[in-house]
Design a protein around this ligand. Sequence first.
Ligand code: SF4
Length: 470
Amino acid sequence: MKESSPLNLYKQLPKTNCKECGEQTCMAFAAGLIDRTKKIEDCPPLLKETKYAKKLGALRSIVAPELKMIYVGTGEKQLKVGGEDIMYRHQMTFFNKPPFAYDVSDTMEEAKLVERVKKITDWKKFYIGNWERVEMIAVRSVTDDPAKFAACVKNVMENSDYPLILCSFNPAVLKAGLEVAAKTRPLIYAATQDNWKEVAQLAHDYNVPVTLSVPFDLDGLKSMVATFAGMGLTDLVLDPGTAPNGKLLQQSLLNFINLRRAAVEEAQRDICYPVMALPINAWMTTDDPVRAAYWESVLTAAFVIRGGAIMVKHSTEAYSMMPDMHLRFNIYTDPRKPVQVKAGLYKVGTPGPESPVFVTTNFALTYYTVESDIASNDIDAYIIAINTDGIGVQASVAGGQLNATKIKDAMGETGFDWKGQKYAGLVLPGMAARFSGELEDLFAGQTKIMVGPEDSGRIPGWMKDFWPPK
Ligand code: SF4
């Protein structure tokens, strides 16, 4: 959606302020459409009353993302792929993080296949208040045998409810997989310049999204998109080629940028589809699994940054997965809203009357760093997270969002019983040391005000030296 003024969206709304959408006014709803906290379907009058049909059509066209959004999978695990409006995160925000699809193949023996599918499905890691997970499974046909592929797809589906990518260039193999999995709306990979007619027919017959693969030939890719669109097939993902190294890697990265630019800056509606990257191709560059996993991670990072909308990957080693999970998380958080935790008092471990209360802010990165440094050292403590609008300690001390009165009030709101503490000690972050005198006055002897380290990684050492308070 190029539109950034709620006024222009408001013109297409019923303007009755009926509140059925949960907003007080149509103008507030229009603002919600722009930041995507609301969708058109949330306005019942617009959908139901025929007199608004023209406005509805106009509004749909205005709010459609510049990069088409494709749905893969069904139910709770359904994924939105693409659907972005901007080139760079700072222009607004990205909305749909690229799913990571880890591969399995029909040459794997059953026990190994089940083990890998379960590992992919169960994998999760807590990072700054969120569980990072894998989102998809790419089932690859290596045997080129339709029966073996179908059996593999069936096995995967029995052990995971994750959306699938069915991977083969052989239409007969894809058809066998679709016979098993079509109801779950998998993405099929891929239509090529050799098989496009048969694969287009499959996408049509089974009503599933399809990947168009024309490596290193954007004109050829564009032409195939036009052919599919002409057949009424518009749930498309593009594979412009992912070279794992050399000059072609440079070309691959440029192609990703050019496709994104064509969609969101030049509004070329005939090529505005999400793009798939194959960091898994790193495994073609070396026999050394450590090097391959490392390079796969590097490629993933490079293509996430350049707008890759789905990533097909292989290594489930932590050293390969974690950097990409973190990078993706950080790029796909909304820069307009700092990542926050709920302000309030938290327990780490099993704190009691002999435990300190550490002060920090509700900026999620700060909070979870402090919590992790305390928990991983088996320290039982309380943490009071002060509402600084998600700003970290140093900036909020400078900007006034963290101050002595706010800390005193926040502790008061928790109803914390200082009298029940054997050692009453409120520990300020080292960067907020300047509030200690004022806090001593505000608490009037209720608790001892202590100054902790500037870096929460030093809390264990600080505990040895300064806790319990003398
Ligand atoms: S439901 Fe529609 S008409 Fe009613 S207030 Fe919301 S936007 Fe306006």
